[in-house]
Ligand binder design. Structure first.
Ligand SMILES: Cc1cc2nc3c(=O)[nH]c(=O)nc-3n(C[C@H](O)[C@H](O)[C@H](O)COP(=O)(O)OP(=O)(O)OC[C@H]3O[C@@H](n4cnc5c(N)ncnc54)[C@H](O)[C@@H]3O)c2cc1C
Length: 417
């Protein structure tokens, strides 16, 4: 089959890989000049299967009210004139019940556990390296209250068979020795044993190179304007390079998927949740993290690459703008300077912002649509890289008509009807 993939972020490129592996002729179209130039560019670097949890959880509405008044809070919101912002927030709040959380969490775990198997075999089959490490994730607590509060999450981890360790601060130092320098600031930790790390930009670009060797074509600098349809089928994609035609079309345009789908009457509840990151060179390897360390108080993740430290966080609802207000950058700089004060050179930090394509229930939207030849792989939110290999491998099987290795039911867009 001739297949057009719209979007060359980590989701579009992993989709291209799994489809090409199944023998399809694949072309990837993107407005940027190379892969992973938007949200997949400088994320936190966690491949965090253990952390695959919906943001919409019991207790979040109360916490959100508190966060909105704090300076260095994990959640920020600016009122916009876009009614979709409020409709999306209403849908998200409706997902904060115990029962909705359980359903959404189980869907996310299904995709991310499959993603774990898929990225492990992808590394084995291809030898792809992306400053990757397989050394777990350490979530740090500054108060006993946080340790009490995390017991609920621990019960969920147990229910879903996720491998974890509850540690006191000395236990955490065994895995992250640099924390010995700041040990008085923390009271304990939770370690996700099976989590991994790496640079999503390098991963996506190296995978795109492998795709090219497999015959995948990439059309960059090409703006996608809309879809043409007739009698229940997509007949073409209108782009700045003319109308492109294929047997099947996959939309993997991250936070911008919603605009395209609206034109053909599909209402995708994917909202751009803005986040920020900084990347700085390591100056003292003994004072740097070994893997990802997550500061629970600020929900900021600090990840070790080979010679660099990546720091990322903040969930901001403020529409599609990519402005970087200094006070947001101050939060991530403050946290890394507090946790790894001598690890890197903050004066040389490069700052970045990206828009997480977020669904109100946290689960990505994977599968076919009302058009027989149009599929979606989008809405991966906070952990898009983590879930990408699982969602893309699943979608490739669905498009090829193969028996799928995990249950695809309730992952496609019809769950919002
Ligand atoms: C601060 C931050 C930290 C994060 N940390 C992590 C993490 O540690 N681990 C993790 O797993 N995930 C993390 N995420 C989430 C993850 O980065 C995203 O879920 C993922 O990158 C989404 O990938 P995507 O391919 O769907 O979207 P994108 O990477 O945005 O790709 C979409 C592509 O579509 C193209 N496109 C859009 N509109 C058009 C158009 N009209 N015409 C042509 N092309 C178009 C864009 O150019 C882009 O290349 C983080 C996100 C942020 C913001």
């Amino acid at each position: 089959m001739n297949i057009l993939i719209l979007g060359s972020g980590v989701v579009g490129v992993t989709t291209a890989y799994y489809l090409a592996k199944q023998g399809h002729e694949v072309t990837v179209v993107d407005r940027q000049d190379s892969p992973a130039m938007e949200t997949s560019h400088a994320n936190a670097g966690q491949v965090s299967f253990g952390y695959s949890t919906p943001w919409a959880a019991p207790g979040i509405p109360f916490k959100a009210m508190k966060w909105l008044t704090q300076t260095h809070a994990p959640l920020k919101m600016s009122a916009t004139l876009d009614p979709f912002q409020y409709a999306w927030m209403t849908q998200m709040l409706a997902n904060c019940t115990e029962s909705r959380y359980a359903v959404n969490k189980s869907r996310m775990v299904r995709v991310s556990e499959y993603a774990r198997l898929s990225i492990d075999s992808l590394r084995e089959e291809t030898g792809i390296r992306y400053e990757d490490r397989q050394q777990g994730l350490t979530q740090l607590f500054r108060t006993e209250k946080q340790i009490e509060a995390v017991q609920k999450d621990i019960a969920v981890l147990r229910d879903f068979g996720v491998d974890f360790q509850e540690l006191d601060i000395d236990g955490a130092i065994q895995y992250e020795p640099a924390l010995a320098r700041v040990k008085e600031k923390f009271v304990g930790a939770l370690r996700m044993v099976g989590d991994q790390t790496g640079d999503c930009f390098t991963f996506t670009n190296k995978l795109a190179d492998l795709c090219k060797e497999m015959g995948v074509k990439f059309m960059f600098d090409t703006e996608i304007h809309g879809l043409e349809d007739k009698a229940g089928e997509i007949t073409g994609v209108k782009t700045s390079a003319g109308t492109l035609k294929a047997d099947h079309y996959v939309v993997a345009m991250g936070s911008f998927s919603r605009h395209l789908m609206k034109q053909v009457g599909i209402d995708l509840p994917v909202y751009p949740i803005k986040g920020y990151s900084l990347t700085m060179p390591i100056t003292n390897y003994d004072a740097a993290p070994v893997s990802t360390v997550m500061d629970e108080t600020y929900k900021v993740a600090i990840t070790r690459f080979d010679d660099r430290i990546r720091v990322a966080g903040t969930a901001e609802l403020s529409g599609y703008n990519l402005e970087m207000p200094q006070k947001r950058l101050d939060t991530i700089s403050m946290v890394v300077s507090d946790v790894f004060p001598e690890g890197g050179d903050i004066a040389k930090a490069e700052y970045w912002t990206g828009l997480r394509p977020m669904t109100p229930d946290g689960t990505p939207i994977i599968g076919k649509t009302k058009f027989s030849n149009l599929s979606l792989n989008t809405g991966h939110g906070t952990l898009g890289w983590t879930m990408s290999c699982g969602s893309s491998r699943l979608l490739a099987d669905l498009i090829s008509g193969n028996e799928t290795e995990i249950d695809p039911a309730d992952l496609d867009v019809s769950r919002y009807r």
